[in-house]
Design a protein around this ligand. Structure first.
Ligand SMILES: Nc1ncnc2c1ncn2[C@@H]1O[C@H](COP(=O)(O)OP(=O)(O)OP(=O)(O)O)[C@@H](O)[C@H]1O
Ligand SMILES: [Mg+2]
Length: 272
């Protein structure tokens, strides 16, 4: 039986969501046998580059095509629309040796996407059921919460960087999730891009400040020149060495938040 744990990575713009998603994937690839799906839910689509994969079609492009066909009246019954979109989503799925990947992209042009968005959410539910763990790299900001794109997410990871703005954004994300009644099983904060000196100095006080806001710190990922260098060269972060400081930090975080063993996944899902 699949564990079907859906993890989303959120936070303010530029804090390192895509980087953390990639490093979490790297950890899961190295330390588990989970069946993995990675979804780029950010229309800007930075994740394929960090993973070193190329995509031919996004789900949004498939949806736009379908909408145009609906407008043109060439698809009559509602059921056939759903079948068609489902087929296209599976076509947009990049099946790799070690993990599968789906780029949501964006729907092109104007018009009402209600039908398409609804069907997409349903299809995503169906697809994620085929995997032990699905990692969602979200877009910056809060809109995905108000649209309730995250409603089937089990574990919400909020990334912050060493700035008050990103801390405030984390608190706001947690509050908004509550307001729109999204019930995550766990919410964790990952502090990213902290200089080593700051880590020693502020780890304890950061944890305390987060706890005061009802948030929990999963761990701190150091600021790292090699991450910058890899991105500059367009080299996949999946290729970072095992003993690399950011990798070691994310390995520990994945363990702490319970992503590494089947027992832990089941526990997270409340099935034990
Ligand atoms: N730990 C780190 N050390 C050094 N640089 C980092 C680290 N984490 C992220 N970066 C750099 O910060 C920049 C932003 O990272 P990333 O794209 O992961 O953020 P994001 O939150 O996904 O951004 P967006 O909101 O645009 O989607 C990138 O250039 C990345 O290389
Ligand atoms: Mg990103």
């Amino acid at each position: 039986m699949r564990q079907k744990l859906v993890v989303s990575v959120s936070g303010k713009g530029g804090v390192g969501k895509t980087t953390i998603t990639t490093l979490l994937l790297r950890t899961l690839l190295h330390h588990t046998k989970h069946q993995l799906l990675v979804v780029d839910a950010d229309p800007v689509m930075n994740l394929p580059a960090m993973l070193g994969i190329s995509i031919e079609m996004s789900v949004g492009e498939a949806a736009s095509q379908l909408r145009d066909d609906i407008d043109a009246g060439s698809i009559p019954a509602a059921s056939s629309k759903q079948d068609r979109l489902e087929g296209e989503v599976y076509e947009a799925l990049v099946e790799g040796d070690k993990f599968d990947f789906l780029a949501m992209g964006r729907t092109e042009g104007e018009g009402c996407y209600c039908f398409v968005n609804r069907v997409l959410t349903q299809i995503l539910d169906t697809i994620t059921a085929n995997y032990d763990v699905t990692l969602l790299d979200m877009d910056a900001g809060l809109e995905h919460l108000s649209r309730r794109t995250d409603r089937n997410v089990d574990v919400l990871i909020i990334v912050i960087d060493p700035s008050k703005m990103s801390f405030d954004a984390a608190v706001r994300i947690k509050e908004l999730a509550k307001e729109v009644h999204i019930e995550f099983k766990r919410i964790w904060v990952i502090a990213n891009r902290f200089p080593d000196s700051l880590i020693k100095e502020t780890a304890a006080s950061l944890e305390k400040r987060l706890n005061n806001e009802g948030l929990e710190l999963a761990g701190i990922v150091p600021a790292d020149d090699q991450i910058v260098e890899y991105n500059l060269k367009g080299k996949s972060l999946l290729k970072l060495d095992d003993n690399h400081p950011a990798v070691v930090a994310v390995d520990a975080i994945a363990k702490r938040i319970g992503l590494l063993s089947e027992e832990q996944l089941l526990e997270l899902l409340g099935r034990t």
